[in-house]
Design a protein around this ligand. Structure first.
Ligand code: ADP
Ligand code: ADP
Length: 232
């Protein structure tokens, strides 16, 4: 479960202050895909950075499973980041490492034993449908497959929340569908809370249970996707 409480981000001071996120309030329940959609400049990247704790909110909070992450020290933040898996637009894979090695990286940082790591990586490859590609390098994989490796890596530390930041932007329609199907499987099988940030309304309709429209840092509309579709 992830909840944003009056999340506000202001850049600059005094006369030059710009409110990029203004009092955002919403929750993503376990087993829910919640989309935030908006045009360029709406505040989506800033929101993503506040959620994955790369930026501190100016005021308000990000709460994960009851814990207010906005009040943590730097050391506590490092541990808290493990509870949030992040998938980026560019897959962010290391080009000189295989799919399996890329997925194993977060486990390595935690000092998981080789044996446990191998087992976990095999499970994750299976979960994203890439068991046969374990030893491929990123350039030997399609864009959709690389993104699935990125998702497996984001899941390595068993987060309860998955942040997908423009995770399908730049993919062709077929690869986009393979990613949205995988996210729905993860939602259903693992009960993840998935926050899906995008500028593509088409993809929101494919993947999300709920959606909030962000414009100039404000949520201008929100609701269940089925209701949007029923009454356009
Ligand atoms: P989006 O991802 O929806 O395109 P951003 O979060 O990148 O939106 O940007 C939202 C607004 O915040 C833009 O007007 C942008 O210029 C401004 N902004 C983003 N980062 C900074 C920053 N570090 N300093 C000042 N303004 C910023
Ligand atoms: P265990 O605690 O024995 O790993 P679980 O019932 O928690 O069993 O998980 C079942 C399967 O799903 C296991 O393969 C586990 O590694 C995987 N799994 C559980 N939660 C997550 C998560 N949040 N992200 C990725 N994989 C997960």
């Amino acid at each position: 479960m992830i909840t944003l409480e009056k999340l506000t981000k202001v850049y600059g001071h005094g006369d030059t202050a710009v409110t990029v996120l203004d009092n955002l309030d919403f929750s993503v329940a376990p087993g829910e895909i919640f989309a935030v959609v908006g045009p360029s400049g709406a505040g989506k990247s800033t929101l993503a950075q506040c959620v994955n704790l790369l930026e501190r909110p100016t005021s308000g909070s990000v709460v994960v499973n009851g814990e207010n992450l906005s009040q943590l020290s730097e050391a506590q933040l490092r541990a808290a980041r493990r509870r949030i898996g992040t998938v980026f637009q560019s897959d962010g894979l290391f080009s000189r490492r295989t799919a399996a090695e890329n997925i194993a990286l977060p486990l390595g940082y935690l000092g998981v034993t080789r044996r446990d790591s191998k087992k976990r990586v095999a499970e994750l490859l299976d979960r994203v449908g890439l068991s046969a590609r374990a030893d491929y390098f990123p350039h030997q994989l399609s864009g959709g497959q690389r993104q699935r490796v990125g998702i497996a890596r984001a899941l390595a530390l068993k987060p309860t929340v998955l942040l997908a930041d423009e995770a399908t932007s730049g993919l062709d329609p077929e690869s986009t569908t393979s990613i949205t199907s995988l996210l729905k499987e993860l939602r259903d099988d693992l009960g993840l809370s998935i926050l899906f940030i995008t500028h593509e309304m088409q993809t929101v309709l494919q993947v999300a249970d709920s959606v909030a429209r962000l414009d100039h840092g404000h949520i201008v509309e929100s609701g269940r996707v089925v209701d949007l579709l029923r009454d356009p």
